[in-house]
Design a protein around this ligand. Structure first.
Ligand SMILES: Nc1ncnc2c1ncn2[C@@H]1O[C@H](COP(=O)(O)OP(=O)(O)OP(=O)(O)O)[C@@H](O)[C@H]1O
Ligand SMILES: [Mg+2]
Length: 461
């Protein structure tokens, strides 16, 4: 999308919300930023002092963040605005699009009238159409695209079964890159006719639980008549109640992706950041209230939610196993008989296998046997990924993971050496937390850590 159009659309959007257009300096700052310029360059172009331009920029990002309900900064403004417009505009043939329940003119004409050209309050026929044509009620603009998929048949069957049984919260848990988002997009393709509404939200696009819930409520209240529309409120309990009302009234599938973003670094798994503790209350209420909807949580770290009667379930997404050979087939690799070994060493993780297959091509001309004959497992571009995982752990977990990494074999946690520095309870707490991050595996009562993580820790010494 060209920059002039993007600035024009953003101006229309701001006008719809604030009844004021961007002034010429704000437009210059936006244009310069979208063109990749730094503040001093923009200041030069506008013949203003750089400090002033910076101030205008800071206020502008705050304004756009409020309007779009996303955390917009200079560095991400272009990608967020482009994604936003593509996702809302590419689906319409009208001059007007509906964004957060506001009708925005995408042609930049007729500015003073926010009355939609092609929209009117829904008639019963419209509402029926909504029912029979649920396309109108999906918002998957924040979901990733779907590429070819190795078999996850068992997982899909389990998820469909839970959804059919009216499970209220399903957590899809797994390491980064294991395929949580991809699997969920595939699942949606197969079950979309079972829901009135499907809404996908990336947690890290919202500053708080309240702003996310408000955004969803706005979407769900689109077809309400003015008298039915909920009042704008700020109290978190009331927002929770309003959301539950909608989950009761309609069969909704809500997807909250990247849930790990609301958990604290340096703490045991599932500890909410202070500013995100309201998510815990929201999940608890969705798990324990009666309604007909389902919340899917996609996370690298397991949230702690309690509820009886099978209202909550967790699917731990593991290695793709043999089916990951399809990923390797798409690369120029030889030695097919050793592919399974390669898959197992890299935990059958599709992202990691893609990265490593590229390394095998680059370093060994695709010769897997040669790649595997190296004394140490090669990490390459996996190192920064593993570094983030390791740095996120609590001190207790780091201590335990270092201990396990240095053992020859898997460990028996009921039988620690006499000089083991941690109490039994601390060791078990750490192991449980590492399990909630999918970093340890258990076999025959023995615990081990992922091979790549072991290699990363050993090579760090
Ligand atoms: N079943 C699959 N078959 C082939 N490729 C897959 C499969 N699942 C995921 N991938 C690929 O692996 C990569 C990572 O997948 P995805 O983004 O779904 O992982 P994720 O678990 O959501 O990771 P994160 O926690 O970082 O969000 C993507 O490039 C995706 O296309
Ligand atoms: Mg994901």
């Amino acid at each position: 999308m060209d920059i002039e159009t993007l600035v024009e659309l953003t101006d229309n959007l701001v006008f719809t919300y604030t009844k004021q257009h961007l002034d010429s300096l704000q437009k210059e700052v936006l244009k310069g930023t979208l063109n990749g310029k730094k503040y001093p360059q923009i200041a030069d172009d506008c013949k203003r002092h750089p400090d002033h331009i910076k101030q205008v920029g800071t206020k502008l990002w705050k304004l756009l963040s409020d309007v779009l309900d996303k955390n917009i900064k200079k560095s991400n403004a272009r990608s967020i605005l482009e994604n936003f417009y593509f996702s809302h505009i590419s689906n319409t043939a009208n001059d007007w699009v509906n964004i957060n329940s506001h009708h925005i003119n995408i042609c930049g004409e007729n500015r003073q009238s926010p009355t939609p050209k092609n929209k009117s309050s829904p008639t019963p026929t419209d509402q029926n159409q909504n029912k029979t044509n649920p396309e109108n009620n999906y918002d998957l603009s924040e979901a990733p695209d779907l590429y070819s998929l190795c078999d996850r048949h068992t997982e899909l069957t389990t998820l469909k079964q839970w959804i059919e049984n009216h499970t209220r919260i399903i957590t899809i848990l797994g390491l980064t890159g294991i395929g949580k988002s991809t699997l969920t997009v595939k699942l949606i393709q197969q079950i979309k006719d079972k829901f009135d509404y499907i809404i996908w939200r990336n947690i890290d696009n919202y500053s708080s639980c309240e702003s996310l819930q408000t955004n969803i409520i706005q979407f769900l209240s689109q077809t309400d008549s003015p008298s039915q529309k909920p009042e704008k409120i700020s109290n978190s309990q009331t927002i929770n109640n309003q959301l539950i009302d909608y989950l009761r009234k309609h069969r909704c599938l809500l997807i909250f992706d990247n849930l790990q973003e609301i958990f604290a670094s340096g703490k045991l798994a599932g500890t909410y950041l202070e500013k995100h503790e309201n998510y815990g209350k929201c999940f608890q209420q969705i798990a324990t209230s009666s309604h007909q909807s389902c919340l899917l949580l996609l996370s690298q770290e397991q949230p702690k939610i309690t509820s009886g009667n099978n209202h909550i379930q967790t699917l731990k997404l593991d290695s793709l196993g043999k089916s990951a050979t399809a990923i390797l087939e798409s690369k120029n690799l030889t030695d097919k008989d050793q592919w399974l070994e390669l898959i197992n060493l890299y935990s059958g993780n599709p992202l990691w296998l893609n990265i490593i297959a590229d390394a095998v091509e680059d370093l060994c001309d695709g010769n897997v046997a040669q790649f595997l004959s190296c004394k140490n497992l090669y990490l390459g571009d996996l190192e920064p990924i593993l570094e983030i995982i390791f740095q996120h752990l609590s001190e207790l977990e780091k201590q335990v993971i270092l201990w396990i990494a240095n053992q020859e074999t898997a460990v028996d946690i009921s039988n620690t050496p006499p000089d083991f520095p941690l109490s039994h309870s601390d060791l078990w707490k750490a192991i449980q937390s590492l399990k909630r991050r999918c970093l340890v595996t258990k076999k025959d009562n023995l615990f081990a850590i992922l091979t790549v993580l072991k290699q990363y820790i050993i090579s760090k010494k």
